[in-house]
Design a protein around this ligand. Structure first.
Ligand SMILES: Nc1ncnc2c1ncn2[C@@H]1O[C@H](COP(=O)(O)OP(=O)(O)OP(=O)(O)O)[C@@H](O)[C@H]1O
Length: 261
């Protein structure tokens, strides 16, 4: 069963074919990673799928329904949410409040009701707090939820960002470099979290430079080079694929050595 289907997607920036004719699919509960050397088009592909960029070519479908070019909030309503490479956390707010912002996005009510503090909006707020607490438990941040977010370690902030994306109750979660800047322990915690989310039935689409992590947790890998898909398949097959090795060797010999060993 396919949840997300990407067909012949493409976009140019001036004369540059940043992404061209890229297609793949993701099933519920599956972890699919997009890899490729720097400038391969991974982030651009993500931005098209999550509605940040309008594709110039191709089609994106969620559950068989065409969602090409829909704005991020419309996609979120249909069950697609994402995190960003650069943290989008409100550092001066508490951990709990950060998680609650995700819940409020989902449970939008009339602003007037909130301003007048009507019983319905107070109830919504209590629901959001309970839901946010559950999410923090899930990502291992329930203890000290009243702390200011700025006091968290980098890895914990990354998990908080995932909690906030989960508040939208997505069916597919796009993670843009969730382990970037994390140490080995933090990366492993994020690893486990992603695997747990996938086990709950949420599809995961991942862009990540940490190849060890990608090889460990992905069921399927899509490889881009210079905007084109050059390979896809199971981790073991992809890491042996001569085109993939060459793409990495052409880009960065050391990265290739690390990545594909
Ligand atoms: N907004 C933009 N305007 C013009 N060119 C862009 C824009 N965004 C990306 N590009 C170009 O498109 C190509 C693909 O970039 P993209 O950031 O998608 O690659 P990437 O695989 O995510 O790279 P990295 O691993 O370094 O993050 C690059 O040549 C980049 O310079």
């Amino acid at each position: 069963m396919t949840l997300l289907s990407v067909e012949a997607l493409g976009i140019d920036f001036g004369g540059l074919r940043a992404v061209n004719d890229v297609g793949f699919s993701v099933s519920p509960g599956e972890i699919v990673s997009v890899i490729g050397p720097n400038g391969a088009g991974k982030t651009t592909l993500f931005n098209m799928i999550s509605g940040v960029y309008q594709p110039q070519r191709g089609r994106i479908a969620l559950d068989g329904q065409d969602v090409t070019g829909l704005a991020p909030n419309r996609l979120a309503e249909r069950g697609l949410s994402r995190t960003f490479q650069n943290l989008q956390i409100f550092q001066r707010m508490s951990v709990l409040e950060n998680a609650m912002t995700g819940c409020h996005l989902r449970e939008r009510g009339p602003i007037l009701g909130d301003l007048l503090s009507l019983p319905s909006s107070r109830r919504r707020s209590a629901d959001a707090r309970a839901r946010a607490t559950e999410l923090l438990e899930r990502v291992g941040l329930a203890r000290g939820a009243e702390r200011e977010a700025s006091s968290l370690s980098y890895g914990a902030l990354k998990r908080l960002e995932i909690a906030r994306a989960l508040a939208l109750e997505p069916r597919i979660l796009l993670l843009d470099e969730p382990a970037a800047g994390c140490n080995a322990v933090e990366t492993e915690e994020i690893d486990h979290l992603i695997a747990e989310v996938a086990r709950s039935g949420v599809a995961i689409l991942l862009v990540e430079h940490d190849m060890k992590m990608v090889m460990r947790i992905s069921q399927h890998i899509v490889v881009l080079d210079r905007g084109e898909k050059i390979a896809e398949g199971a981790p073991a097959a992809v890491s042996r694929d001569p085109r993939v090795i060459e793409a990495y060797l052409g880009a960065q010999a050391t990265e290739a050595g690390d990545a594909l060993r």
